[in-house]
Design a protein around this ligand. Structure first.
Ligand SMILES: N[C@@H](CCC(=O)N[C@@H](CS)C(=O)NCC(=O)O)C(=O)O
Length: 205
């Protein structure tokens, strides 16, 4: 099992899930340039990370990859208890995080994707911050009285942790979002999360 990653990227979610699973894997750091020359361009999202290789199978897209890892290891319960309802609930949260919240960061990360006029980039990013903040408030409310998004620890929680790190790094912050802060502290104290972070960024959580 081989995970291709970029430090600071959404690949951290897969890295955390691999650590939670505890089976052997190799993490391979990529640069932005190697992404563009990747032989996996034919895959959906093949110009981006993460990418996972398992035997002769190359997989991209977080939702597919995280689901695949959890399916390979049902004993971890990372996609629920095996019932369609639990899986659907987890995939619902993962979908929201990947398709809505992750994408809402794009105008903050790279305004030039949306605007030719550089002078407007700051205003665009500021609006995007407000939008992400609204999404974070929804996630915060969800964690009121719950430790995990779907009730038990799942692949969606690994992705939520990535999103919270971006929120802090991009000056959105978690001020006033007490349930999310509690979640982040608990994840940071998890040795598996610490191992993934150390491997990717060389820094303790
Ligand atoms: N829809 C993709 C999005 C993946 C994505 O946005 N990856 C970013 C890092 S978080 C990336 O590789 N960007 C290319 C780059 O930074 O050059 C997925 O869920 O896997």
């Amino acid at each position: 099992m081989k995970l291709y990653y970029l430090p600071g990227a959404c690949t951290l979610a897969g890295h955390i899930v691999l650590e939670w699973i505890g089976a052997p894997y190799e993490a391979v750091r990529l640069g932005h340039d190697s992404l563009k020359t990747s032989a996996r361009q034919a895959q959906p999202g093949g110009l981006a990370v993460p990418m996972l290789e398992h035997t002769d199978f190359a997989l991209t897209e977080n939702m597919a990859m995280l689901g695949y890892l959890a399916d390979l290891h049902p004993e971890t319960g990372l996609l629920g208890d095996g019932t369609p309802r639990a899986r659907a609930e987890i995939m619902g949260w993962l979908g929201f995080l990947c398709a809505d919240v992750h994408m809402a960061f794009l105008p903050i990360f790279k305004a030039s994707l949306f605007l030719k006029e550089e002078t407007l980039a700051g205003a665009l990013a500021e609006n995007a911050r407000e939008h992400v903040r609204t999404q974070l408030e929804q996630l915060d409310a969800r964690l009121d009285g719950r430790d995990w998004l779907a009730g038990t620890r799942s692949v969606a929680d690994a992705y939520l942790f990535v999103i919270l790190r971006w929120a802090v790094g991009m000056d959105i912050g978690l001020y006033g979002l007490d349930h999310l802060m509690r979640f982040a502290r608990r994840m940071e104290a998890d040795p598996a999360v610490q191992a993934a972070l150390f491997a990717e960024e060389g820094i303790p959580a």
